[in-house]
Every structure is written in structure tokens, then in C-alpha cells.
Design a protein around this ligand. Structure first.
Ligand code: PEP
Ligand code: MN
Length: 326
């Protein structure tokens, strides 16, 4: 992959045409007034850097071996506003129910999570469920309830958009878009969410490699997302004792090799309440910038993921262990 900087006074489309004629497939990157072209070979004969540099309007030609140059340049922190910063400082707790179920439920949940030291309220209104007869989410009304509850308790909101048609309403009521594990490579969705220009919490796909995950992040950044927070939530394994296999090395790699914002989801990763406090502590120990945890005022009656949702006392205990309760 080559990164080609284009002079401000030249039309980037003319430069692109010349590059296409040399056998390069280009994508335009705009950063304020500066335009760069990402170019990869569409034929087997790659032109030399000198041949590219000779094109009128080309300022510089750089080589990138990485398939995710925007993510490589991504800041290690994501500022969600009002002092909530993911990465670089104190870890951030995101907590809330698996699904928003009612106005009362999300209000009680918001109170619980703020008392546990969380800065971000989670909760899905559009739910990706394996079985079509399971609860599919309450829909847009839930976003309104969540927004009201978050306002009362001064919390930011992260919630999932499952389809491009959800983007406008989710953007209106939330601070961070969640892309679920099952949608990590839904490229239309990554682009539609990116175009909203907000931060994205990108869950790792159930069997996605770290490279695929970073390239999915690149898709949404290239489309215009302001930032990406990667979220390790466990990958498919052979052992049914835990719901998924929590890939703690992935958290360490994203943090220490790539220096990118990364949080961990011990709830979906293990599916077991008894393991969540320990796995959350492990994730923080290897450098996670935060945790996202499922909690419900009364998990016994939860519409989804009841067995893994912490009740109020369990949340307090876990958050205390993790150092979020002051
Ligand atoms: C969720 O966070 O509610 C969820 C469905 O998670 P995942 O996409 O990781 O399964
Ligand atoms: Mn869930």
C-alpha cells in the first residue's frame, strides 16, 4: 500500500486518474484541507515511487506495509466529553443491562451503574439474537428512555446499531455507536455508522483474527468515524464451560503493540457471573482501558442474557474489586 500526498492546488481526481492508468487502485483520504490517496496495486506491475512522484500534484509518496494505516495513526485515547476519556488515564467502566426493557428498568440500572463508578451506560435497543423467537429489543422507544436516564445520572451512552437504517436514531440518542460481534464485518453497517462521524465501540467478531478486527475498524474510520474503541468479547472455542474464550492476549496486543484504545467485555466472554470479577481484573491488569459489563436490577426476569447479568450487589462488589468505587 502506498500513501500519496496531493498538493492543495491540484485536483486529486486528476491525480487519481493518472494513478489508475499506472495500475493502482486508489481511495481518497481527507484530513481538513489535506488530501492523500491510499493506493494499492490492481495489476501485478507496481509502478516505481519515482514514476508516481513524477505525476503533477504529487507531493510525497510513502510506503505502508500495513492494511490499516488510519488505525496505525489513531490516538491511544478517545475523548467522549465531560471528562470521560477512554485510554491513557484511569480505566472507564461502562455498565448496564443487556437490553433496555422498560423506562423503570433503565432508570434503576442507571442509578446502579453510577453508584458503581461507571461513566457510560450500556444497553441494547436493537438486539442481535441467535434465535428469531428470542427477545429482539424494544426498539427506538428504549433509546429515548435510556437518553433520559443517562441525563439524570450524567452518564454517556453506548448502544448498538444493527443496521444502516438505525444509524440516525442511534446517533440522536447516544454518544458511542456499538457494533456487535456478529456485525464486525458488516461493511455496509461499518460505513453507515462511520458516516455519522461519532466514536464507535467495535466488538471483535466471534472468529475474527486481530488483523480482520483492525481492518474492520479501518473501514469505519475511513468512512468518517471520529474514533474507534476496540472491545474484546471472547472468541469461539471448543470448550462449552465458558460462553466464549476470553482472548486476554488480544487485549495486551492491541494496547501494547498497537497502542490503541481497547476495553474488555468479561460478561459475554465468559457468560458466567462467578468469573466476571476475575476476568475483568485480568483485563485491567494487562492494560485494558476499561470494561463493559452487563448488569440488571433483577437478572432473574431479564429479557436477554439473564444468567450473566450482575445484580446490584454483585456489580458493587465487582466494581469495588476493579477500583471503580471510590
Ligand atoms: C451486547 O453487548 O449486547 C452484545 C450483543 O454483545 P456481542 O455483540 O459482543 O455478542
Ligand atoms: Mn448481552
Amino acid at each position: 500500500m502506498k500513501i500519496i500526498h496531493v498538493h492543495q492546488d491540484h485536483d486529486p481526481n486528476v491525480v487519481r486518474q493518472r494513478l489508475t492508468a499506472l495500475g493502482l487502485w486508489t481511495t481518497k483520504l481527507e484530513d481538513g484541507e489535506h488530501v492523500s490517496l491510499l493506493a494499492s496495486a490492481s495489476s501485478s506491475a507496481l509502478p516505481s515511487d519515482e514514476a508516481i512522484a513524477d505525476i503533477a500534484g504529487v507531493v510525497a509518496v510513502m510506503c505502508s506495509k500495513s492494511p490499516h494505516p488510519i488505525m496505525d495513526a489513531h490516538a491511544p485515547t478517545v475523548d467522549l466529553g465531560d471528562g470521560v476519556i477512554v485510554g491513557g488515564g484511569a480505566p472507564v467502566l461502562m455498565a448496564g443491562p443487556c437490553s433496555v426493557e422498560s423506562e423503570e428498568q433503565i432508570n434503576v440500572a442507571a442509578k446502579m451503574v453510577v453508584e458503581a463508578g461507571a461513566a457510560v451506560l450500556r444497553g441494547g435497543c436493537f438486539k442481535p439474537r441467535t434465535n428469531p423467537y428470542s427477545f429482539q429489543g424494544i426498539g427506538p422507544q428504549g433509546l429515548v428512555w435510556m437518553h433520559e436516564a443517562a441525563k439524570v445520572y450524567d452518564l454517556k451512552i453506548v448502544t448498538e446499531a444493527m443496521a444502516p437504517q438505525h444509524v440516525d436514531v442511534v446517533a440522536q440518542y447516544s454518544d458511542v455507536f456499538q457494533i456487535g460481534a456478529r456485525n464486525m464485518q458488516n461493511f455496509d453497517l461499518l460505513h453507515a455508522v462511520g458516516r455519522a462521524g461519532k466514536p464507535v465501540l467495535l466488538k471483535r467478531g466471534l472468529s475474527a483474527t486481530i488483523d480482520e478486527w483492525l481492518q474492520a475498524a479501518e473501514h469505519t474510520m475511513h468512512a468518517g468515524a471520529s474514533a474507534v474503541i476496540l472491545c474484546e468479547r471472547g472468541v469461539r472455542s471448543f470448550d462449552p464451560n465458558t460462553r466464549f474464550l476470553f482472548d486476554i492476549a488480544a487485549v495486551a496486543m492491541i494496547k501494547h503493540q498497537y497502542n490503541l484504545p481497547v476495553i474488555a467485555d468479561p460478561s459475554h466472554a465468559t457468560g458466567r457471573k462467578d468469573l466476571i470479577p476475575h476476568m475483568g481484573a485480568a483485563a485491567l491488569a494487562v492494560g485494558a482501558d476499561g470494561l463493559i459489563v452487563e448488569t440488571h436490577p433483577n437478572p432473574a426476569v431479564a429479557c436477554s442474557d439473564g444468567p450473566q447479568q450482575l445484580d446490584p450487589a454483585e456489580l458493587q462488589a465487582a466494581a469495588t474489586k476493579w477500583g471503580f468505587v471510590k
